[in-house]
Design a protein around this ligand. Structure first.
Ligand code: SF4
Ligand code: SF4
Length: 155
């Protein structure tokens, strides 16, 4: 997903007091912390349906800024990129990264202190080591048959 945060037209501490389905588009997108973790490739266990993240990222992810390189046209290039909305969240939250702001709020948990909305610093997610900055490997750099070798222990 990896949305881009927009700072305008955001009601004060809206994430703590306004239901997700009543947020403006700017507020909804502002919830994204910019971690880039949802843009990591995942593997699903055929038997248990458990999802495991790898350290390999979608080819459109800039692994330094952790932003999608073609956010507005991403579905053209990556048709299975998930579009997160208040109505799709219930079906998606369970496999989003545990630190994802959308998942946290869906589960009734507070945002992390390093979330840019809380810290006021868009880079705090990176400074806290909570993003994929510096360690994600773009998918075009690996052989897709080797994906299992890049599994993360937990995400
Ligand atoms: S995991 Fe969640 S908070 Fe992080 S980039 Fe993806 S949508 Fe945004
Ligand atoms: S196209 Fe790729 S990089 Fe862009 S938001 Fe979707 S998963 Fe992330």
């Amino acid at each position: 997903m990896s949305a881009r945060s927009r700072k305008h037209a955001l009601r004060e501490r809206y994430w703590e007091r306004i239901p997700l389905n009543q947020l403006s588009q700017a507020e909804w997108e502002g919830l994204c912390d910019g971690c880039g973790k949802c843009c990591l490739l995942k593997l699903e266990d055929d038997d248990t349906q458990e999802i495991a993240f790898t350290r390999v990222s979608c080819r459109l992810l800039d692994t330094e800024t952790c932003q999608c390189g073609q956010y507005e046209q991403r579905k053209t290039f990556v048709p299975d990129c998930v579009v997160l909305t208040p109505s799709t969240l219930k079906d998606i939250a369970y496999w989003m990264p545990e630190t994802c702001a959308y998942r946290l709020l869906y589960e009734g948990k507070p945002l992390k202190d390093w979330h840019p909305l809380v810290s006021g610093d868009p880079k705090s997610v990176h400074h806290a080591g909570a993003s994929v900055q510096g360690w994600a490997i773009p998918e075009f750099e690996i052989d897709e048959d080797d994906l299992e070798e890049y599994l993360l222990e937990e995400e």
